[in-house]
Ligand binder design. Structure first.
Ligand SMILES: [Zn+2]
Length: 282
């Protein structure tokens, strides 16, 4: 397996109610940090997995109907939280980011897309189809703000299914070898959002599986403890969500050494993120 380097940090956050985020949770607000992954590949260079929030979230939610999104979800992001500002402070130019992998099209994962004019974008076909077919006025009901998508997005987009090498996987049925060099594997984790994907990478130290919003808590995949069914209002499919969660549960049982990283699980991510840039830490 070809080794890559990985750096994780947050770009903004919002609040959710713990009782909705996990069954048995308390009726209290919990911070949902918007995690992003920065990967250094020996040949492909700098790659992003999701982008977190950016301040333009406030611009695109100024007017109705997107205003509803900002009303329901209180978002906190400052200039210095933005991924482009962070990269700059690390000495990485936004133009050096050549590839951006999109787990799904919710605002906390794609807020920074418009900052990467030199990047090729990657997502699954079902994720794109849902976003594309969604009338702008309905997007807010599924957490999709189309105004966050760059104007030339379609011309810079590749579907994972088209470019990656499909390989058989015991649990997931198929996994996609993104570059054909076994350095980065993409998995289908649908349910929370249509065509949501996760990414597994092997660094010199560990094997990380960024599962996006396939679940929100470590306990969810450890104990098969899903979100409250009320959360399914914004989900694409509760059935697919439960199926993806069962697969992650099985993976965790069979390969406990793999570090499963749900985007918004503070218990997991707080040990992995760092405001100080060190590409060799993970
Ligand atoms: Zn999310």
């Amino acid at each position: 397996m070809n080794k890559v380097k990985l750096f994780l940090n947050y770009a903004g956050y919002c609040f959710a109610n713990e009782k909705h985020a996990i069954q048995g949770g308390e009726n209290k607000p919990v911070k949902f940090n918007a995690l992003y992954g920065l990967i250094l590949h020996p040949e492909k260079g700098w790659i992003l997995f999701d982008t977190g929030y950016a301040e333009r979230f406030y611009d695109v939610t100024k007017n109705f109907p997107n205003k509803i999104y900002a009303k329901i979800t209180k978002v906190f992001v400052k200039t210095e939280d933005e991924i482009q500002w962070q990269l700059n402070s690390f000495g990485i130019k936004v133009s050096d980011i050549k590839h951006v992998i999109i787990s799904h099209f919710h605002a906390d994962h794609i807020g920074g897309l418009k900052d990467f004019n030199n990047a090729q974008f990657y997502c699954s076909r079902p994720a794109y189809k849902q976003m594309k077919n969604m009338p702008s006025f309905l997007g807010v009901t599924k957490g999709i703000l189309k105004d966050l998508i760059p104007a030339d997005f379609d011309s810079r987009l590749s579907f994972i299914e088209d470019i990656a090498v499909p390989t058989h996987d015991e649990i997931f049925g198929v996994k996609y070898d993104l570059w054909g060099d076994t350095s980065m594997f993409i998995y289908d984790l649908p349910g929370h959002a249509a065509g949501q994907i996760g990414m597994q990478v092997q660094t010199t130290k560990n094997n990380y599986f960024l599962v996006s919003d396939a679940c929100w808590y470590k306990k969810s995949f450890e104990k098969m403890c899903p979100a409250h069914p009320i959360a399914s209002i914004i989900f694409d499919s509760w059935k697919a969500y439960m199926s993806s969660l069962e697969k992650l549960h099985l993976l965790h049982i069979q390969s406990p050494q793999i570090i499963i990283v749900p985007t918004h699980c503070n218990e997991t991510t707080s040990k992995l993120v760092s405001a100080k840039f060190d590409i060799d830490a993970l």
